[in-house]
Design a protein around this ligand. Structure first.
Ligand code: ZN
Ligand code: ZN
Length: 352
């Protein structure tokens, strides 16, 4: 951020606006000619490129905000308002208002050409970026609501399926028992067959369930061991706890864990805090997807390259936004969080 270089008329002392390509400027007040030195031209050139960079950032942020506003199916109606800031005129002290496109303007009180001071320009960029973040967050929330609506019974499917299979086995066995009790002594074949089929179904379901649930129990044990570290709570209700956590803690675009694939009971979520920042650890383990997600919300952006390389070295892909970091890897193996692993990775996450 640098300030607009100023020049005064050699004869009357009026402030002179000048272009970095000019070698001399005519005073608009007294028409005297003032030479522009090489250093002044260099400063002006540097100032111009600084302002262009700032304007590019602000324009990009506002066009991003507009694209979110027009995004598919997100139902945003609030218009994106272009930011304006005001700063005192360098010549008379009156308040001059600056918008995105007039980084230098005429003072309405004294008519002098006033350049927006660095602080006002920074405020314009900041406000444009805040507008973009707000639009982004709003669109992200709308997407989460859509995901919620798509899976109203998420997490119950597996349990219902197991219950149905056990129930069917039991019903067949009971029918067999009833048949056995009510038929003649000589005719036990039907009852015995039904009891056999029902019993086999019941036994098969229980054996399969214990085999299938062994890795589930391992994940629950592993995450349970981590919960005192982050003083967290473990839940196993599909994506719902992730969406709730994002609603409460996340600013900006949705992290990649939010999708229209339904992990159901194959998703375990531990939410808590690390160094006073809200943190979420999610394990997804289904036949089509295995992943480990780490999310943290923080108050300000930081970008520690060393911290990022710690995560990258452990196979994580890191996406850092202004107010939160998301890291994930394509494996549901919890061993990486064992020992000091969780502490090291969470520290790296916060610093990324
Ligand atoms: Zn003059
Ligand atoms: Zn003025």
């Amino acid at each position: 951020m640098n300030e607009a270089p100023t020049m005064r008329c050699e004869r009357c002392g009026a402030y002179l606006p000048f272009d970095p390509r000019d070698f001399s400027v005519n005073c608009p007040a007294c028409h005297a000619e003032t030479k522009v030195g090489a250093e002044a031209r260099r400063n002006a050139e540097q100032y111009r490129s600084t302002v262009q960079d700032e304007k590019r950032r602000a324009d990009l942020a506002l066009s991003l905000a507009r694209s979110y506003q027009q995004g598919p199916g997100v139902g945003l109606h609030a218009g994106v308002v272009e930011p304006r800031v005001s700063a005192p005129c360098s010549s008379c002290g009156g308040q001059v208002s600056f918008g995105q496109d007039d980084l230098s303007t005429r003072c309405p009180f004294c008519g002098a050409t006033v350049s927006a001071p660095a602080r006002a320009r920074a405020a314009l960029v900041e406000s444009a970026e805040a507008t973009a973040l707000q639009a982004e967050s709003k669109s992200a929330r709308a997407q989460r609501d859509l995901v919620r609506k798509s899976f109203p019974h998420e997490g119950r499917t597996n349990t219902l399926l197991w219950a149905a299979m056990i129930g069917a086995g039991a019903v067949i066995a009971v029918l067999g028992a009833v048949d056995l009790a009510t038929s003649d002594a000589g005719d036990v074949a039907t009852g015995a067959t039904l009891i056999g089929i029902g019993g086999a179904a019941l036994l098969g379901t229980l054996v399969t369930w214990s085999i299938v649930s062994a890795p589930r129990r391992a994940i629950e044990r592993g995450l349970g061991a981590l919960s005192p570290i982050v003083r967290g709570r473990l839940s196993n209700r599909g994506l719902a706890p992730v969406l709730d956590w994002l609603d409460a803690n996340w600013v900006g675009d949705n992290p990649g864990i939010v999708g229209f694939s339904n992990p159901g009971r194959g998703c375990w979520v531990l939410s808590g805090s690390w160094r006073d920042a809200p943190v979420l650890i999610a394990i997804t383990d289904t036949w089509f997807e295995k992943r480990l997600d780490l999310l943290v919300t923080r108050r300000r952006a930081s970008a520690d390259e060393r911290a990022r390389s710690v995560l990258a070295g452990s196979g994580f892909t890191v996406t850092a936004g202004a107010l939160g970091v998301h890291a994930w890897r394509k494996s549901s193996d919890l061993a990486i969080l064992g020992g000091d692993g969780a502490r090291v990775l969470l520290d790296a996450l916060i610093a990324s």
